[in-house]
Write a protein that binds this ligand. Sequence first.
Ligand SMILES: [Mg+2]
Length: 264
Amino acid sequence: MTIVPRALLLFDIDGVIRDVGGSYRRAIAATVQQFGGPAPSLAAIDSLKAEGCWNNDWEASRELLRRSGVVPLPPFAAVVEVFNGFYFGGDPDGDPGQWQGFIREEPLLVEPGFFAGISAAGLAWGFVSGAEPPSARFVLEDRLGLTAPPLIAMGDAPDKPDPTGLLALAARLEGTAGPLPLAYVGDTVADVLTVVRARSADPRRPLRAIGVLPPHRGAEGPAGPYGDQLRAAGADLVLASLAALEPFTLAAALRGDVPWPPAA
Ligand SMILES: [Mg+2]
């Protein structure tokens, strides 16, 4: 029996599903330092990300080097190699059990049973992430135990905020039932802008951008300055964390059966 979903719920991974403050963010800082720049603070990385176009952490690292006046700038390939040395600490395409890098320091932000609850509410779900495929598969399959999770990762589609990957995964999940209402959950301005641009690309589809605070900004609450940035970019709702999301109410609000925003 094929169950037609009522709506679609897609997730960013980093800062939403796993805490990358001690991994990706730390690898950016270590990479900048390795090439002779001053290690950027978490706040400095946040403010770069708030510009909305630095979703790729290799490009973000190189941009921070450029802004700190490092000359000559290292070749992009060298930045990638150093960054991946810190992040994976082993062959990204090899056995994850051999990795020794910061990827081992990523607290999960959802319970393994979270996605069963989403399915029970009639929501089809998947992931649209700028993480490298081995890293995304590691957290989804090895750590959360998901089997063949629907995933668009780096290289599968243009980087966010380009909405191509988001809309391609939506089409894959809904099949001939579409266009179904869609919400995308992310923690950065680029995630919100992805939804804003998807509206122009796919005007018939109801689309909502749900922002969540990354863990290192959680203490300020959804009404704080980080939430303001996400709302200013176009977020329809900002939550302190995924735990505040009630799947049945969200499904009803996405379909217009109850008013938006869904009570959190
Ligand atoms: Mg993220």
